[in-house]
Design a protein around this ligand. Structure first.
Ligand code: FES
Length: 339
């Protein structure tokens, strides 16, 4: 049997049990203790925390996300660090009003729909055997047959906790996308996953108009937020404008175009701005940060949610700040190619 250790999370002094082969982050999230995290694979550095007492195995931490001086100063990446003995870490944070912490759990389910949203994008709808609570914008990890896992954002609303929708981009030669999801899986197949993960989610306490900015399958978490906001509107609890910019390279990459166009036609508070950057398009052309600057020379007073490849997220972040939106009103999710 695998050895277990006690992890104490300061400043609240919360104690939990972590297996020797389990990441500290996983143990915390499964016990309802919130630690900042994003990629969960040792690359982004979001989960960096100080180990106040005891020793950890640093695991597969990227040398860019955890530099040598971090290690020397007693820091580790909690998503890949495993305990070698009882440890004390710094990190327990309180979330703002209106955000629930939903402990990570394992789920099984059946693929209800697996269809082509675009030539290189699959839409997977999974019927879960048990409902999963999550905040709009969070993601799940699909368990691959080889024991590895891959993160995908949930595109559906939390109001449908037993049926989740994912958007999966094919990565040429990728073991998960090209080899497994695009070739082996079919509707009706069983599937297992864990979740919910991530800190890119809708912040209900920010009672402001929304600017949603996505590239490629970065649309997925934004669609979840959009659906959630539409439900708030149906209940008379939403009174702001929402603009969605969705940037893709070619017209073929523009998925959910019809759904979003109709969604916008039916709602006067919602504007849909598709953007194609690398070919002629019967609509607006250009990258999302450029279109944003054209439409929002001043963006103060909004909340912005950005999701896409790191270059797009970085450029959009800069464009928003140049438009005088404070960083505290900007939420970002960098999508790395999960292959
Ligand atoms: Fe741990 Fe990204 S490095 S969440």
């Amino acid at each position: 049997m695998t050895e277990t250790f006690t992890v104490t999370v300061e400043p609240l002094g919360t104690e939990l049990t972590c297996r020797a082969d389990q990441s500290v982050l996983d143990a915390c999230l499964r016990n309802g203790v919130w630690l900042p995290h994003a990629c969960t694979h040792g690359t982004c550095g979001t989960c960096k925390a100080e180990v106040l007492d005891g020793e950890v195995d640093f695991g597969d931490a990227s040398p860019y996300a955890l530099v040598d001086s971090d290690r020397d100063d007693g820091y580790a990446l909690m998503c890949v660090a495993t305990p070698k003995e009882d440890i004390v870490i710094e990190g327990d944070v309180e979330l703002e009003e209106g955000i629930e912490i939903y402990p990570v759990r394992d789920f099984t389910g059946t693929i209800a729909i697996l269809d082509e949203a675009a030539p290189n994008v699959k839409r997977m709808v999974i019927d879960l055997d048990e409902p999963m609570d999550f905040n709009p914008g969070q993601y799940v990890q699909l368990n691959m047959p080889d024991g590895d896992d891959r993160p995908y954002s949930i595109a559906s609303s939390p109001s449908e906790p037993s049926r989740i929708e994912l958007h999966i981009k094919r990565s040429e030669g990728g073991a998960a996308t090209d080899g497994w999801i695009f070739k082996d899986l079919n509707a009706g197949d069983p599937i297992s996953l864990s979740g919910p993960y991530g800190q890119f989610f809708f912040h209900p306490a920010k009672d402001k108009p929304l600017i949603l900015l996505g590239s490629g399958t970065g649309l997925a978490p934004l669609k979840s937020i959009l659906r959630h906001v539409a439900e708030l509107d149906d209940e008379g609890e939403w009174e702001h404008e929402v603009v969605l910019f969705h940037g893709v390279a070619t017209g073929d990459d523009l998925y959910e175009h019809e759904w979003l166009s109709e969604f916008a036609d039916d709602r006067e508070w919602f504007t849909y701005q598709p953007a194609v950057s690398r070919e002629e398009f019967d609509g607006r052309q250009g990258r999302v940060p450029v279109l944003l600057t054209e439409d929002f020379p001043r963006a103060g007073g909004n909340s912005a949610y950005i999701c896409g490849n790191p270059a797009m997220v970085e450029d959009t972040m800069k464009a928003l700040m140049q438009a005088r939106l404070f960083p505290r009103d900007i939420y970002r999710e960098d999508f790395f190619d999960s292959a």
